[in-house]
Design a protein around this ligand. Structure first.
Ligand code: PLP
Length: 443
């Protein structure tokens, strides 16, 4: 029972440095957050030691009396977090994270080489929604299933639902995926449902990015229209790094003549998670889900989610005042996509420049970009900054840092090699920017 700093000082030093980096910079990666102490305590607990393959009450290992209770509590609270009736919805809290959760959904619902349609990665979708390039099937979802991605409209940046409907009627997918990693507008789940029904497809919504906003009822919920919903629990939901799959149970009526659909997907999903794809559940993470879902029901959580959106909207407004183009002209959620094509700077360079002034974000394709590596935008999000307590006035300062950083960094033509050192020096001489990051933290 020795501490990590006694047993492994080398590793501990790296952990300490990472903690300092997280504390002293501005974290604007839209998918990241700072989870609560109670979640971290679950993650570092003895629950980690236990094997418990199977579901509560049906384990392949003994000694799971308390683990069963913890998993049942996590399931119950996950349903409550989204106001779901346990007669109509069930959930599996065992997925190790969002990607295995999504793969379990496909594996459970369709046969190998079954057809899926998700938003293309360069248009704001996720790798696990079936991404491939002209030369490579990149994601396992495109290797083991037949994927035909849908796109956004190049002029508006909005999902082209008409085109999706047209292409779905030809491709006849078995699953339509409604979910995004970089898209700042609400999804039209009713329209997705209509297209799915026309093609006898499942509607699978991946709300990983926006599940906190859904729980707080600040944006439309996917549950009314979807057959299956997945989420990560570590983004806006601010829980542990893990995943949940929600599946419908019972009967749903569809169409004008109220045709009844009987759901038989509970076992399919559960068996796809285990024994299909995973072994022992991560019980420490499941406990983290339980405590995070309790926090979702608190008034502070609602206040927090409202502030995330207020901060994101302010971020858009202030960047626009500085002449920046925002894809779709704004945001409804916690993130935005900054289109830098009119600023003569690439996404990769912008990411590097901002990193050098302690602002973490990620380069991102904007609609129309040909390559994910050579892309023209950056994605910025407010969940982590909002957890740190930043409000609209602080966001104004953050925009000032971003703008001044990009103006300075742009003067350096080549970001690599000695030039990178050069431009880091230019930025570090701007004492103001460095000082302000620190001041902002102290405030
Ligand atoms: N789904 C969406 C929409 C995501 O944005 C992500 C991750 O960013 C995932 C799934 C995958 O989650 P994970 O990284 O936990 O596997």
């Amino acid at each position: 029972y020795k501490n990590v700093w006694e047993i492994d000082p080398e590793l501990f030093e790296l952990m300490r440095k990472e903690k300092k980096r997280q504390e002293s910079g501005l974290e604007m990666i839209a998918s990241e957050n700072f989870t609560s102490l109670s979640v971290l305590q679950c993650l570092g607990s003895c629950l980690h030691n236990k094997y418990s393959e199977g579901l509560p009450g049906q384990r392949y290992y003994g000694g799971n009396e308390y683990i069963d209770e913890i998993e049942l509590l996590a399931q119950k609270r996950a349903l409550e977090a989204f106001d779901l009736n346990p007669e109509e919805w069930g959930c599996n809290v065992q997925p190790y994270s969002g990607s295995p959760a999504n793969f379990a959904v496909y594996t459970g619902l369709i046969e190998p080489h079954g057809r899926i349609m998700g938003l293309d990665l360069p248009d704001g979708g996720h790798l696990t929604h079936g991404f491939f390039t002209p030369t490579k099937k990149v994601s396992a979802t495109s290797i083991f299933f037949e994927s035909m991605p849908y796109k956004v409209n190049l002029d508006t940046g909005l999902i082209d639902y008409d085109k999706l409907a047209e292409e779905a009627s030809l491709f006849k997918p078995k699953i339509i995926i409604a979910g995004v990693s970089c898209y700042s507008r609400c999804l039209d789940y009713k329209k997705f449902r209509q297209i799915a029904d026309e093609n006898n497809a499942y509607l699978f919504s991946d709300m990983a990015h926006v599940s906190g906003l859904v729980a707080a009822k600040l944006i439309p919920s996917p549950f009314e229209y979807s057959d299956v919903v997945s989420t990560t629990t570590h983004k806006t939901l601010r829980g542990p790094r893990a995943g949940i799959i929600f599946f419908r149970k019972g009967v749903r009526k569809i169409g004008k003549d109220s045709q009844k659909i009987m759901y038989d997907i509970e076992d399919k999903i559960n068996q796809a998670v285990f024994p299909g794809l995973q072994g022992g559940p991560h019980n420490h993470a499941i406990a983290g889900i339980a405590t995070a879902m309790k926090q979702v029901k608190s008034p502070e959580f609602l206040k927090y989610q409202k502030q995330i959106v207020a901060n994101a909207k302010r971020l858009c407004l202030k960047l626009q005042e500085h002449g920046y183009k925002i894809s779709t002209d704004g945001t409804d959620v916690h993130m935005l996509l900054l289109d830098l094509r009119n600023k003569g700077i690439t996404g990769a360079k912008a990411e590097k420049i901002l990193e050098s002034i302690s602002i973490a974000c990620n380069k991102n394709t904007v609609p129309g970009d040909k390559s994910a590596l050579n892309c023209s935008g950056i994605r910025l999000g407010t969940p982590a900054l909002t957890t740190r307590g930043l409000v609209e006035e602080d966001i104004d300062k953050v925009v000032d840092f971003i703008h001044r950083g990009l103006l300075l960094g742009k003067e350096v033509s080549n970001i690599s090699g000695p030039k990178l050192v050069d431009y880091k020096r230019i930025l570090s001489t701007d004492v103001n920017i460095k000082a302000k990051v620190t001041v902002l933290r102290e405030e």
